[in-house]
Write a protein that binds this ligand. Structure first.
Ligand SMILES: Nc1nc2c(c(=O)[nH]1)N[C@H]1C(S)=C(S)[C@@H](COP(=O)(O)O)O[C@H]1N2
Ligand SMILES: [Mo]
Length: 509
């Protein structure tokens, strides 16, 4: 092993020690005091709209993994450089680590919930990391990386390997210890398991079989919780217990309201089927899901607070500072906009907003579905801007009429003969009146629809077809409950949702 490799390895292992120690020290403070999480949060906050859109389109829900991979790769490069540059009297490698620590500490200190303690993980991590770097390099601190024969100067290869493994194990143990400590002290699953959901006044009748057409390959009418798409800006899922939760309703109201979990759940709940959809869902995409939600009408609470006639928006804020701006008229027009506490018969899963989130039929999630919601400010669109609106997305986000072909799938190779073309269509709060399917440039054929139990959910559809040999393009379009056919014009997801017919190309042999 030459000096170049020794220096690079020492740099990488010491950087690992920095991250491990920082993770351990962040455990009793807060997850976003860890430099990796703090810097990640800051990067997410500052990512330009175009890059964000590109990331969601290409990585979908794996975007967070991609972010961490990029950050770790950058760290490895910096760490190699630090190892190469470190000298006894000119500690440029240490200086690089200090710079690293300053970035981490600065990011941590600018989190909204931070205090001076948020700098401690970065400072201690870098301190220990520099010590480890200099200890590992001691025998060769005076060499330059390209000096060829230094095996005689300093430790043997075996000694050095032992030191590296020791330091690496120390960093890994610190990191694992931090993870275990943090999950033990912050995890609210035990709290969630103890929640007893109130029963709705009028229990929802069992969902009729007729909502599911039982076509192989079609999306199920109800999406099971583990299969439900997840979209949020949180790098670490917020852990908010029912004891720590409370909601403040304020702003342009006559009386400010503060309500805790016991008070909220003592109220009369409703149970409703609502399909949530993400504005970033491309045509044919799967950022959409349907669940049975248990919750409390937002309208009632707003009426108790008494909203100003001038107000036209409710800015909801989550415990991790995500915000959504929901049109006030939508919350007040009698639809089932709610503060949800239950999803498909269970307390909300933690990643879907436990203990309380908003659900508003007919609006994309980014303007309405705030998870871990703790604050509702009654205000005006010309006074407040929500998280995604600041980043170039439309202030209002009504869901556009759309449909998806679930089966057959893209580029399937099929045998000629009878074929079921089937999928789902949605136009939340307007309902679906019809779906039509076209094969190549043929006639539009009416699809058979599953029963409609709510205009706030998607609806399954199926067409029986018979395809000849060759390549075929299948298209579908939906008509909403007002009689309007979805547009064929193709639009991108930015700024207010994709449009265009659903399309699948298949080959028949
Ligand atoms: N706190 C918080 N709530 C949030 C978001 C977020 O980033 N943070 N994203 C919204 C968006 S863009 C969507 S599409 C829905 C997704 O809800 P789900 O993850 O339960 O499917 O949550 C909304 N609520
Ligand atoms: Mo979304």
């Amino acid at each position: 092993m030459g000096n170049v490799q020794r220096r690079a390895l020492a740099g990488v292992v010491s950087a690992g020690v920095i991250l491990g120690v920082a993770e351990l020290v962040s455990a009793p403070i807060a997850s976003n005091s860890s430099p990796l999480i703090a810097v990640g949060d800051e990067v997410v906050k500052r990512t330009p709209l175009g890059v964000e859109r590109w990331a969601i389109e290409n990585f979908g829900t794996a975007d967070k993994m991609v972010l961490f991979t990029v950050m770790l790769s950058v760290s490895v490069v910096v760490a190699c450089a630090a190892g190469m540059l470190e000298r006894r009297t000119r500690p440029w490698g240490s200086a690089l680590f200090v710079a690293f620590g300053i970035v981490g500490a600065a990011a941590a200190l600018t989190r909204t919930d931070s205090s001076w303690t948020y700098a401690v993980p970065s400072v201690l991590g870098v301190g220990v990391g520099i010590g480890v770097l200099r200890w590992l390099l001691r025998p060769i601190l005076e060499t330059t990386p390209d000096e060829p024969h230094t095996a005689t100067a300093g430790s043997t290869r075996r000694e050095f390997t032992g030191m590296l493994v020791g330091a690496g194990a120390f960093g890994l143990l610190a990191w694992l210890g931090g993870r275990v400590w943090a999950s033990g002290s912050r995890d609210v699953s035990a709290n969630r398991a103890n929640v007893k959901l109130p029963a709705p006044a009028a229990a929802l009748p069992p969902v009729p079989m007729s909502t599911d057409l039982q076509v192989p390959g079609i999306t199920k009418y109800i999406t099971a919780n583990p299969d439900f798409y997840r979209i949020d800006t949180a790098l670490v899922v917020p852990q908010l217990s029912t004891d720590d939760w409370s909601l403040r309703i304020h702003g342009m109201v006559d009386r400010e309201i503060r309500i805790n979990f016991a008070q909220l759940t003592a109220r009369q709940p409703i149970e409703r089927l609502v399909t949530l959809a993400c504005v970033s869902n491309p045509i044919g995409g799967d950022l959409i899901g349907n669940a049975k939600w248990l919750g409390f009408p937002i309208k009632d609470l707003l009426e108790e607070a008494g909203v100003d006639a001038d107000a036209d928006m409710v800015l909801s804020t989550s415990v991790d500072d995500f915000t959504a701006g929901t049109p006030l008229d939508v919350l007040m027009d009698g639809r089932d906009a709610m503060l949800a506490v239950g999803m498909n018969g269970e307390p909300l899963p933690i990643m879907h907003g436990f203990p309380v989130r908003m659900v508003v039929p007919g609006l994309y999630g980014y303007v309405s579905a705030t998870k871990w919601v703790t604050d509702l400010e009654v205000t005006r669109f010309d006074r407040a801007k929500a998280y995604w609106t600041k980043r170039g997305w439309s202030a209002r986000g009504p869901i556009k009429t759309a449909c998806r072909i679930d089966t057959p799938r893209w580029s399937s190779e099929l045998r000629s003969g009878p074929l079921m073309i089937a999928g789902v269509a949605w136009a939340q709060h307007r309902g679906i009146r019809a779906v039509e399917v076209q094969v190549d440039d043929g006639e539009w054929q009416q699809a058979r629809l599953a029963d409609e139990v709510s205009i706030d959910t998607w609806r399954q559809w199926v067409v029986e077809s018979n395809l000849t040999e060759g390549k075929h393009t299948l298209r579908a379009r939906a008509t909403d409950g007002t009689g309007e056919v979805q547009t064929s014009a193709e639009a991108d997801v930015v700024p207010d949702g994709a449009t265009g017919y659903a399309e699948v190309v298949v080959k028949v042999k």
